[in-house]
Design a protein around this ligand. Structure first.
Ligand SMILES: [Zn+2]
Length: 87
């Protein structure tokens, strides 16, 4: 079973999966009080402190689909093809 991956060059206005317009940027790292406030208003999503280098940049607030930057496409497609082998 493979989950479809979504990619975009910049923040999509619409969710590629459900066409919702509630697409928020995901902010990584320790959130500022401003970021927490924006997250409460559903303007952004807090992604946590762990950054793997292949993290989604945006998330649909309605269907929770994650959208990756276009530059990660090859990397992620390659990984999906070869299966998720640990190590
Ligand atoms: Zn959606």
């Amino acid at each position: 079973m493979t989950t479809p991956l979504f990619f975009a060059k910049r923040k999509p206005r619409q969710c590629p999966a459900c066409k919702s317009k509630n697409v928020a940027s995901i902010i990584y790292g320790y959130p500022s009080s401003e970021a927490i406030e924006q997250a409460e208003q559903n303007k952004i999503v807090l992604g946590g402190c762990c950054i793997s280098g292949r993290d989604p940049s945006w998330q649909c607030l309605d269907c929770q689909v994650e959208i990756y930057k276009e530059i990660l496409r090859e990397l992620l497609m390659e990984e999906q093809k070869s299966g998720s082998e640990s190590n």
